[in-house]
Design a protein around this ligand. Structure first.
Ligand SMILES: NC(=O)c1ccc[n+]([C@@H]2O[C@H](COP(=O)([O-])OP(=O)(O)OC[C@H]3O[C@@H](n4cnc5c(N)ncnc54)[C@H](O)[C@@H]3O)[C@@H](O)[C@H]2O)c1
Length: 530
């Protein structure tokens, strides 16, 4: 089994939110070291935070703070660290902490924060005048930095111990964060977590009709259960059950969702929740982005492909007679719940096909992730839950990282198309008789062979990728699907720019790059002609 990283819990939030007391309590429960960042800085610098502010200025304090937190977070082993109120304002520090461990933001109403801070003389930012406007402005200024975290805990009226327990639960579960400022959302991965949908709707501020969209393969039991949880949370749940399959990914299905939502009286406080594979997710996402110019979206993906790929990243859309996904929008979900229980009713071949996206993500990520996947291949092939949860988490984390750096598909996000240029073409040439994941697996083999021919990948790397895909139960036989007919579909691919394709070229794990290449040259390299 894959080994999980040690718990590193970073508590963030404004002054008075309880970072130090909660951190100390959490560290005691976990039996791990506790670091209070401000206290650590004071010890190392031989001066209180307030004195450093006064004598050396805020910029110098922030520099010391950046350097100290890096050093503390870099240390091996588990730890709980109470951050300073402004530590996460620095973009690079924030992103680093999100990668390195679990960031939990504590919050409370300003009046409560002020009450807790009464008598505190060591808060440099509070000596500037009336604390209410100062603290309110500070929290507003930092809102998007505080939002980029693995979990937010409302602390008002709660005991230190119960807050610490909740923070520990978040740290143990390690949701994946897609850090997009105040549009940040989390991908939760686990068994039985679909029950959280009501809570997540409430946290997203949804206060109106909730339209649950599914297809007839997932209606029972998954969408029906989702509606029960939605109703139990006090929402009116409307329902749309589409016929299944890629052929139904059309404007007609979008209209069915629009009609049901409007008939149910949806308003701007309403939401659309997708329960299904990538087809349902893309359709429901598009409907959510267009209804009343945008309502909240929740994703409960039920295929492996939708869990690791389609539900994360904000792309929505539907097909046109001219090609797949030619119409669409960007509309990020407010939450994603990957309940691996849903995979139990999925056809095994469908689940195996989803492993192609996991293999793709691993190859993009690097050696450690590929090695973990090689180690767990047999367990994943048989559907082992723990292996599945770990593999989904790694793949989603990679996608989240890429999306956060490159929301609208430029260089970074285009890497996610590894295996897709030829994969899509083979899928289309087969008359969509091939599963998407099977096509991606074959497309990856073609891609690494192209890389080998131009000297970017070694023979050993080609063999390693083939072995990995085979161990996962995926097809590694692209040759019989390749021919001039397939290239007619590459030509139709929307990723082409003029007569050039931005081909995604895999080398060693972690060394994939975009390689612009003329179509004719690509055809020659793939088909091996002169
Ligand atoms: N938005 C994105 O970023 C993104 C990324 C990748 C793929 N996609 C899209 O995703 C789609 C492919 O997704 P998919 O592979 O999930 O296909 P899908 O949604 O068609 O699901 C595959 C089949 O499995 C059934 N199914 C789903 N969950 C089930 C369950 N738990 N039990 C039993 N049956 C179940 C479905 O009814 C369908 O028949 C494509 O349209 C693709 O364009 C989107």
């Amino acid at each position: 089994m894959s080994t999980e990283a040690p718990i590193r819990l970073f508590l963030s939030g404004p002054m008075g939110s309880g970072k130090s007391s909660v951190g100390r309590a959490a560290a005691a429960v976990l039996g791990v070291p506790f670091v209070d960042l401000d206290a650590q800085i004071a010890i190392e610098q031989g001066a209180s935070v307030r004195r450093i502010f006064e004598e050396r200025g805020e910029a110098e304090f922030r520099r010391i703070e950046r350097e100290t937190i890096r050093r503390m977070a870099d240390r091996p082993g588990p730890v709980v660290i109470a951050l300073g109120g402004g530590t996460v304002v620095d973009w690079a520090t924030r992103r680093y902490l999100l990668q390195r461990g679990v960031v939990v933001t504590l919050r409370a109403p300003v009046a409560e924060l002020i009450r807790r801070l009464e008598g505190a003389r060591d808060r440099p930012l509070l000596v500037r005048g009336d604390p209410v406007p100062v603290l309110t402005a500070l929290i507003e200024e930092r809102a998007s930095a505080y939002a980029e975290c693995h979990g937010v805990i409302d602390t008002a009226g709660r005991t230190i111990e119960s807050i610490a327990r909740e923070a520990i639960a978040i740290a143990c579960e390690r949701p994946v964060v897609v850090p997009l400022g105040e549009r940040t959302y989390r991908v939760e991965i686990g068994a039985g977590i679909g029950t959280r949908v009501g809570d997540r709707l409430r946290q997203a501020g949804v206060a109106g009709v909730v339209v649950v969209v599914s297809d007839s393969h997932v209606e029972q039991p998954w969408a029906a259960r989702c509606r029960e949880h939605v109703a139990a949370a006090g929402y009116d749940a409307a329902s749309v059950t589409l016929p299944p399959g890629e052929a139904m990914k059309t404007i007609r299905s979008v209209e069915a969702i629009w009609d049901a939502a409007l008939a149910a009286g949806i308003d701007r406080q309403g939401a659309v929740v997708a329960v299904g594979g990538g087809v349902v997710g893309d359709l429901a996402g598009f409907a959510a982005s267009t209804l009343l110019r945008g309502v909240a979206l929740g994703q409960l993906p039920t295929t492996l492909l939708a869990m690791v790929d389609a539900s994360v990243g904000g792309k929505t859309g539907f097909n046109h007679a001219k090609g797949k996904n030619l119409l669409g929008t960007f509309h990020h979900p407010r939450f994603v719940l990957c309940d691996v229980d849903a995979l139990s009713t999925l056809e095994p071949a469908e689940r195996i096909a989803g492993l192609a996206e996991i293999a793709k993500a691993a190859w993009l990520d690097g050696e450690e992730t590929v090695a973990a996947l090689e180690h767990d291949a047999a367990a994943l092939r048989s559907g082992d839950r723990a292996a599945m949860i770990a593999a989904i988490r790694r793949a989603v984390a990679l996608k989240a990282r890429i999306v956060a750096d490159d929301e609208r598909e430029d260089e970074g996000r285009a890497l996610l198309n590894l295996g897709h240029t030829l994969g899509h073409a083979m899928e289309a040439a087969s008359g969509w008789q091939m599963r998407h994941g099977e096509a991606v697996a074959r497309g990856m083999i073609v891609a690494i062979r192209v890389a080998q021919r131009i000297g970017y990948a070694s023979d050993a790397e080609v063999a390693r990728l083939e072995r990995l895909l085979a161990a996962l139960g995926l097809p590694t036989d692209p040759d019989r699907y390749l021919g001039p007919a397939t290239f007619a579909f590459v030509d139709a691919d929307k990723k082409r720019r003029g007569r050039e394709v931005r081909f995604v070229l895999p080398g060693a794990p972690g060394h994939t790059r975009i390689h612009p290449i003329a179509l004719t040259e690509l055809e020659r390299l793939v088909l091996g002609g002169a």
